[in-house]
Design a protein around this ligand. Sequence first.
Ligand code: HEM
Length: 431
Amino acid sequence: MQPVPERLPRPLPSTGARTGVLEALAFFRDADFARRRFEQFGDVFETQLLGQPLVFIRGERAITDLLSQPEASEGWWPESVRQLLGSRSLANRNGADHKARRRVVGQLFSAAALRRYTPAIIALVDQLAADLNGASTPVALVERMRRFAFAVIAEVVLGLEGDDSEALFADFEIWTRALFSVPIALPGSPFARALQARARLLERLRGVLERAQHRPTGGLDLLSGGQDEAGLPLTDDDLVEQLLLLLFAGYETTASSLSCLMAALLQHPQQLAWLQEEIEALSWPPAEGDGEPMPRLNAVVQEVMRLNPPVGGFFRRTRRELVLDGVLVPEGRVIQVALAASNRLSRGVTDDLDAFRPQRHLEPDNGLTLLPFGGGDRVCLGKALAELEIRLMAVGLLRQCRLQLLPDQDLSLALIPSPSPRDGLMVVATG
Ligand code: HEM
């Protein structure tokens, strides 16, 4: 009998874009940019964005093929992000360098560390609930979620206090605005201002690190003794760049998921009532070591992140030729893993994927592969902290407040940098 010939990999389909100017305009203007092209060219295709060739991939097969061969690709960020995060940042490192820093920074998110942060996070939630219940005018919930997420990472985890935290917040906003800008530091340009803000941020973080050595607040004492890939202590220059990365990675993403969670629940009263049944049976504040199961809340959070992933996609660069979902991707190509587009594919199991239906996550096979936190050797380092924040905020607010949406507001989502209701999610507490 003849052996069955292995299927040859298919060549990489291309949109044929040459300069990528029109593609870049479409990318920024059209939320469906990737979906349209996936429908036309398949789950793996190449295009150009402003002179940068980019391979877009979606779907379980292509993404699993990529992440299950970690040695075949490396982390990659656009030049602006690379410069603003800095060359020491673990986001810009690979191999043993990267792994060693993940191990050090990961100590801030161990189970013991999270237990230490929990009372302070609960206090922030209680404060917000009291503010909402006491407010005499409508409150913009998006702004409050942003402040909460920033306070958790800056104050609870990094241990910044009062004025330090305010000043850091102001510089951080300048810094973030330039993250996906043109990386040319012309005087007065957003990128030049962001580089100056970066220098001030690093200086302030250095101060925090020094203070933590004799007066520990937050979790920074957990980092002492952290070692690099050669077993040597990490320098302070190195550590402060990791702390800057945590602010960047941990703030906008978590704020977005909290705002989208509240927006979805307030627009779907039946789903809110379904969730509320579970929440009412939970203790607040949770007892220490309390691992009460919350299947409905988990399902709601998964559904919110499926429809509005805080991180719509992430990048890799191939270190060698790779076959992704049967398509040959050459060495040296930048890949965009399109999470947002993957979340609306279900291997034909269901076709109601545009609907908000949390119950699908309690069904035995919903045909979905969801990776809101990425996967493989660069999977989100702060996943456990983000999940803790979301759980505490959802339970604490829903136990203590009855919220209503102010009528006549734009509830559609601005997508960049992370999904967020356009009019700020105006709410009133009704007691
Ligand atoms: C809902 C909230 C969050 C979401 C959806 C999210 C999602 C992600 C995703 C998709 C990645 C890229 C994974 C990859 O490249 O394979 C990532 C990386 C990362 N995240 Fe998160 N994240 C969240 C919150 C946080 C928080 C709270 C922190 C820390 C305070 C954090 C720290 C990081 C770091 C340090 C990386 C880089 C990991 C590496 O390159 O090795 N994230 N996150």
